[in-house]
Design a protein around this ligand. Sequence first.
Ligand code: PLP
Length: 257
Amino acid sequence: MIKVLTIAGSDSSGGAGIQADLKTFSALGTYGMSVITAVTAQNTRGVSSVRELDPEIIREQISAIFEDIQVDAVKIGMVFNTTIIDSIAEILLKHRIKNIVVDPVMVSTSGYTLLQPQAREALIRELFPLAEVVTPNLWEAEVITGEKISTLPAMEKAAMTISLLGSKNVVVKGGHLEGDAVDVLYNGKSFRHFFSDRVSTPHTHGTGCTFSSAIAAFLAKGCPVEEAVAGAKEYINGAIAHAFPLGQGVGPIHHFY
Ligand code: PLP
């Protein structure tokens, strides 16, 4: 059995966060485990409240898993604050964990803060160097690089800049750019572009979480990074194409299409 762990926040409406990660792991035929960092009160209209967990129980959750189970890949999503980031980094280093995918989650689509702005530096400094792949969206890439990104060459430049922060590979996700959805992968030497037709749907909740979890699942299965990103892209496109309405706002993508 291939085993994948997510360290992330809970989405009570089931579309994003830990819930999306676990659905993705199952859909891709792997065994999913979860360490919860924070709990959000959330529905399809947005996030209304966040409570982070005590770093001690986060550390204990991770230790409980690593002391007993061989984990094939780890996805890190919402980490909320600096103390939580410190705890996660310390344990991952101690156990020399490989195949780490870091999704630098900062703000929900509805505009709610999922990472305290003062924790951005710690996220970059402590978690990026541990990552096999980091997966910023355009807005996150702009925050990290301090540059506006509105073209493919600007995405490439951002991927290069972010790669200098220590992760082996960077995927800058272009989903929010006009036109076709293009993602740029940079491995420190060369680029690969992943194009796909834009699927027209208002229901895209959980897209980012699902993409990074899918990369982790494919890495866990032993795929090289390029293949893992290609596989994740194909999976996410299908999930978006089968997205459905739920509640009154932005519905979820379909993990088991
Ligand atoms: N809630 C949690 C717990 C998340 O981790 C994320 C994104 O990573 C979101 C919400 C945001 O999802 P969306 O941007 O699709 O609203």
